[in-house]
Design a protein around this ligand. Structure first.
Ligand code: DP6
Length: 341
């Protein structure tokens, strides 16, 4: 299906819109691409609540300076503006966009440099604003979020999943857009405390990391493992089986980082305190039998996943034992998805 067909020849008018879009944490990881922004395996994530990006986009027409201007927390950021400009130019089936001036004002609720991926929230917030504009100009009334997910994916794969709340899958129903998946009521309020062990810029970006899967000796085995873990997670989410989800979560995190360590051009994004925290989480679980699990994105920081029912004891452990290993801890939980402001 050509999602952009209704928007190919529109006459632009000025428009302004503001969206809040959250970050997400992948339970089953997208790591490796086929073609342009298509995933090598299905992925599944939980949308967060407190970590989000709020973005106001103004579309101006008839100005002498079509192009993109971007302010992050009030400060001009030409690098990010350039990324949005490249992205808009890649949407070649909508050539009229070249005559539009795009003014972006954006801010994250989570501090910059904490290693929390801002690309999923940031680029989905922008794509939601763009979708709003396309729907306004064309009068199209259906599939708003599906179109936003499609446009988000083209900017950053994981951003495709941030346009829905709860648990979201991408690459099973379709490679082109993400879709929400069902969850047992007991898992609808899972907690995620992010243990920020380093705020340094990553040595290898996610996009470059995906590229290192293309000639990886274990690529096919990894994609098969992710497909199995995807089915396991889907079944466990609907059954409310947190033990099974925890097993997949940790296996996915360690496999992702094992892919980095075993890539032809090897690298690691873990830091000594990442491993120290993992050992402490395993010991805590053995001793207390409490359901605390970890996962990692493409970075050194741990996402600590646990149910609302064990929140008190687990947060005490995090505050006393784990937080000395970290720069900061950000408490978050499963959220309901983007909102228009
Ligand atoms: C490890 O979505 O950042 O977080 O499509 O190149 O922008 P691009 O990659 P990106 O990759 C995310 C990788 C991950 C796993 C995940 O979120 O599924």
């Amino acid at each position: 299906m050509n999602f952009l067909a209704p928007f190919e020849s529109l006459s632009p008018v000025p428009f302004e819109t503001t969206w809040r879009s959250p970050a997400n944490i992948a339970f089953v990881k997208y790591w490796g691409k086929k073609g342009h922004q298509l995933p090598a395996n299905p992925s599944l994530s939980m949308t967060l609540k407190n970590c989000f990006t709020e973005t106001r986009v103004r579309f101006e027409v008839g100005t002498a300076r079509p192009g993109v201007e971007l302010l992050l927390n009030g400060v001009r950021q030409d690098k990010f503006a350039g990324k949005i400009e490249t992205y808009l130019r890649s949407l070649a089936s909508m050539p009229w966009l070249e005559n539009v001036q795009v003014l972006v004002e954006t801010r994250n609720t989570f501090p910059h440099g904490t290693g929390i991926a801002s690309s999923a929230s940031g680029l989905s917030a922008f794509a939601l604003g763009l979708t709003d504009y396309l729907f306004h100009l064309s009068g199209v009334k259906v599939d708003f979020f599906r179109t936003a997910s499609y446009l988000s994916r083209l900017a950053s794969g994981s951003a495709s999943r941030s346009v829905y709340g709860g648990f979201v899958s991408w690459g099973e129903e379709s490679d082109l857009y993400a879709s929400p998946v069902g969850v047992h009521p007991e898992l609808a309020h899972l907690r995620d405390s992010v243990l920020v062990v380093s705020g340094e810029e990553k040595a290898v970006s996610s996009t470059a990391g995906h590229g290192r899967m293309s000639d990886h000796a274990y690529a096919e085995a990894r994609f098969a493992q992710a497909r199995t873990n995807y089915q396991r997670t889907l079944a466990a989410l609907s059954a409310g089986d947190l033990t099974e989800i925890g097993a997949v979560l940790e296996s996915e995190a360690l496999s992702l980082h094992a892919m980095m360590l075993t890539a032809p051009s090897a690298f690691t994004l873990m830091r000594p305190n990442t491993l120290a925290a993992i050992e402490m989480i395993w010991a805590f679980r053995r001793e207390t039998q409490l359901p605390l699990y970890f996962t990692l994105d493409a970075g050194p920081n741990l996402h600590l996943i646990y149910p609302e029912s064990s929140q008190h004891k687990i947060r005490t452990f995090i505050a006393h034992e784990l937080s000395p290993l970290a720069l900061t801890v950000i408490d978050d939980e499963c959220g309901e998805g983007p909102v228009k402001c």
